[in-house]
Design a protein around this ligand. Sequence first.
Ligand code: ARG
Length: 491
Amino acid sequence: MSEDDQSGDVVRRDRFSGGPAREFLSSLAADERIFQADLDVDRAHVVMLAEQEIIGEDDASAILDALDSVAEAGHDALPDGEDVHAAIETAVIERVGPDGGRMHTARSRNDEVATCIRYRLREDVLDLVETVVDAREQLCEVAEAEADTVMPGYTHLQPAQPVTVGHWVASYEQALQRDTERLLDAFDRINRSPLGGGAFGGVSFDVDRDRTAELLGFDGVIENSMDAASARDFMVETTSAVATLATTLSGLAEDLVVFANRGFVDLADDYSSTSSIMPQKVNPDTLELVRGRTGDATAALNGLLTTLKGLPRAYNRDLQRATGHAWDAIDSVSASVEVATGAVVTADWPVEELEAAAAAGFSTATGVADLLAKSGVPFRTAHEIVATAAAEIEGSDADAPDYETLNAVVQDVLGESLSAYVDERDVEAALDPAESAAMRDSRGGPAPEAVEAQLATANAVREEHAALVAGRRDAVEESLEDLQAEVASYV
Ligand code: ARG
């Protein structure tokens, strides 16, 4: 539609004045994302209307035929309109004539848009879950390959205990398991049909809401028509799950930034950037962007909640502004999953540097205290002994107190020499970072066998999740095929 022909769509007719409010009202450009969804929602609705004899079969086939032609022409070819729903209806009426106007019998744009958003969002969520599941597989492979690569572990950014690279990677994989579960959970509440609820107050036609839900692959309907038009909590839940996923990824990214800074990891060039002025710089920019994009998801969640807060029943146009937040979060974070995983998969772990760093700051102290505790010394006393020995080497170059230093403290506190409690060889072993990590072989711990066991569970859980996504995907696709077959019987 040309600029001077602003009579607008079939919904607004001559009430489009052409002033600044016209652009302001319109969601048509942003609605490109639900163009395909709206066509399918229209198709299912028209099939149901014909089956219920609310409209005639001839009208149904003319409308369904027109919808195919609108689909073929694409979103960009739509006539002007306040939104994709009005524009598609206008395009149908242009093709069919006034009888095309029967398409909007027994529904409103309110139940229509809510259905379209759910229809599209469930697709996006399945795509995102697939991306995360794929990332988890790649992370498990890295964890497996680096199960016995020793590295320093930190609390408060201070050397704490030696762990393994496999243990670190598996820790993020495990967090991603929960992120996956949250998204799959959200899917179940997204996948309900509001269609047939009308503007909010139901309709006076004998519609079959279960039928449209079935044709569109929904698991059921949103029962109350007022709730059907109003509810956007499915977007809050999804965006919150996405923001939580982004937070997981930002932790991983931050760890890699710190590791790179300390020379514990060599990031592949693809995941680094350079400085335009400082020739020596290789910076972990991609990971900083993964960290930064968490802000996009958090902002989206805030935007959504702020938009929805205090909205009265039932439909209010504020809802049009809510939708974009959900898309923003999904788009921003999907890319982060792939980049963060790619950075881990392509990274090099310098084994010797890591092992040396794992010994620094007397990281092995817990293992020495454990050794004394195992020989019968109360753990608190052992802790005190090792802490005293640690204080003695403060300010020196030594990573850890030597046997003699420990022995002197033991003699002082317990009145007997260290050898009365433990073998010198065992003390030496406890001071070795690889041995120290291997000692902590409790369930979920950093020891290589413990990491292997975690990965076995992780692989099984991942396969379960992959099967759940595939099942949901198949169900959606099957219903789409049924819908196409129904449409084909009319055109
Ligand atoms: N574009 C609108 C949205 O996204 C569609 C619903 C319009 N309904 C209305 N009553 N004005 O929410």
